[in-house]
Design a protein around this ligand. Structure first.
Ligand code: NAD
Ligand code: USQ
Length: 392
């Protein structure tokens, strides 16, 4: 390993933040976690829970200490509280801050006005407070921010890594790649990207925006060491993401719910690659004043191809249904994404395989009694300005 770094993981209680904190700690870095446990609150609000039970943070960190002798310090608070954010940075003195701490479900942001406003306030204000905290505490701190492939939408030209050279009326400039996202959640990430790029120019901050595709899988080498270290596994229609949902639907004998034609294509990434991408980004910081963008995905697949892959690997019969699409999204479109920069820095991708899907079936089998079939049905319709908060 190279230099031991101090890394603060914001949103470290979440699906990706927790495995990332363990991975970085395992690699010898000094890790701290920040979270306000909002995600556990959304479960309560929606009347759902993770398929795999998750332990409270003190139990998680104690288990990690027992198994490895390593400490992970935890700061409980809200990034929207500027004093908390600045004082936490001053106290922990990170070399890098990994920022996962946002409301991340597109359907949650589309429930109604209140949820859209909450999502954009939480995400944009939290990130803005963080930018001020870095500028005031130490401008050398490298911000590693989780963005999303959905910022770009599905343009009819190749998607570059954040920046594009445009020639217009005979003049050329390097500009941020144009964005056309598909929900108020995805829009919050676009607003963040613009704010971060400006902070890099204004204050000389160093930042990496990771435009990540849809993550699948539930275990990493570290979370698998003890059930107390498990991360969440969402399957319901608001927080459950497509591949994870399809695996769980297949395993409990429910049809796989493809929205619309299924010709929509998305970028995907295995959770084991997510944690490695974060390590790579932290250990290879952006330059002072640089706003660097990596497209953090390893392969593109249509929804139909994802459903077929899952159905083909399940030993029993699996039905695939096409539901009226509750979202407003383009179905037939061009999709060609450049995603070479993380590979150039050493990422060796795990592509979607039968073995991985098989190991996910084993996890579902263990907890399938916890699945509430009613929670699988989508009920947030993009065309309405008011939707129910819970299924049923
Ligand atoms: P998650 O909801 O499981 O985790 C986010 C964590 O942030 C939660 O523990 C939550 O309590 C915390 N949080 C939210 N707002 C906060 C605030 N204001 N202050 C402090 N803590 C706060 O989400 P996830 O799936 O782990 O995703 C993490 C990040 O990665 C998100 O930014 C998301 O947009 C991005 N991302 C996720 C995926 C995916 O497929 N899961 C794909 C691409 C990008
Ligand atoms: N979909 C189905 N059936 C389902 C669920 C979803 O067909 O049962 C479709 C959706 O219509 C959409 C696609 O699958 O076309 C992806 O939906 P999703 O819920 O898996 O993912 P999305 O809403 O895009 O959001 C997720 C994460 C978000 C992250 C994003 C990465 O929740 O935090 O930013 O993936 S990306 O898609 O690249 O923007």
């Amino acid at each position: 390993m190279g230099t031991r770094m101090r890394i603060l993981v914001l949103g470290g209680d979440g699906y990706l933040g927790w495995p990332t904190a363990l991975y970085l700690s395992d690699r010898g870095h000094e890790v701290g976690i920040v979270d306000n446990f909002a995600r556990r609150g959304y479960d309560h609000e929606l009347g759902v829970e993770s398929l795999v039970p998750i332990e409270p943070m003190p139990v998680r960190t104690r288990a990690w200490r027992e198994l490895t002798g390593k400490e992970i310090s935890c700061y409980v608070g809200d990034l929207c509280d500027a004093d908390f954010t600045t004082s936490t940075l001053r106290e922990f003195r990170p070399d890098a801050v990994v920022h996962f701490a946002e409301q991340r479900a597109a359907p949650y942001s589309m429930i109604d006005r209140k949820h859209a406003v909450y999502t954009q306030t939480n995400n944009v204000v939290g990130t803005l407070n963080l930018l001020y905290a870095i500028a005031d505490a130490d401008r050398d701190i490298h911000l590693v921010k989780l963005g999303t492939m959905g910022e770009y939408g599905q343009p009819n030209i190749d998607i570059e890594e954040g920046w594009i050279d445009i020639t217009h009326k005979g003049r050329t400039d390097r500009m941020l790649y144009p964005k056309r996202p598909g929900s108020f959640y995805h829009l919050s990430k676009v607003h963040d990207s613009h704010n971060i790029e400006f902070a890099c120019r204004a204050w000389g901050i160093r930042a990496t925006d990771l435009n990540q595709g849809i993550v699948y899988g539930q275990q990493t080498e570290q979370t698998a060491r003890d059930p107390r270290l498990a991360t969440r596994f969402d399957y319901e229609a608001v927080f459950g993401t497509v591949l994870n949902r399809f695996v769980i639907q297949a395993a409990v004998g429910e049809p796989l719910t493809v929205y619309g034609s299924g010709t929509q294509t998305r970028g995907l990434i295995d959770i084991r690659d997510t944690v490695e991408c974060i390590r790579i980004a932290c250990e290879n910081p952006a330059d002072r004043g640089e706003f660097r963008v990596f497209n953090q995905m390893t392969q593109s697949l249509s929804l139909t191809a994802i459903a077929k892959t899952v159905a083909d690997t399940y030993p029993g019969g699996v039905e695939i249904v096409h539901l009226d699409n509750p979202r407003v999204e383009v179905c037939d479109h061009y999709y060609n994404v450049v995603h070479t920069r993380l590979v150039e820095l050493g990422l060796k991708p795990h592509l979607l395989s039968d073995t991985l899907i098989g190991s996910m079936y084993a996890i579902v089998e263990q907890y399938k009694d916890r699945v509430d079939p009613a929670a699988l049905r989508p009920y947030v319709d993009w065309r309405r300005t008011s939707n129910p908060v819970t299924a049923g």
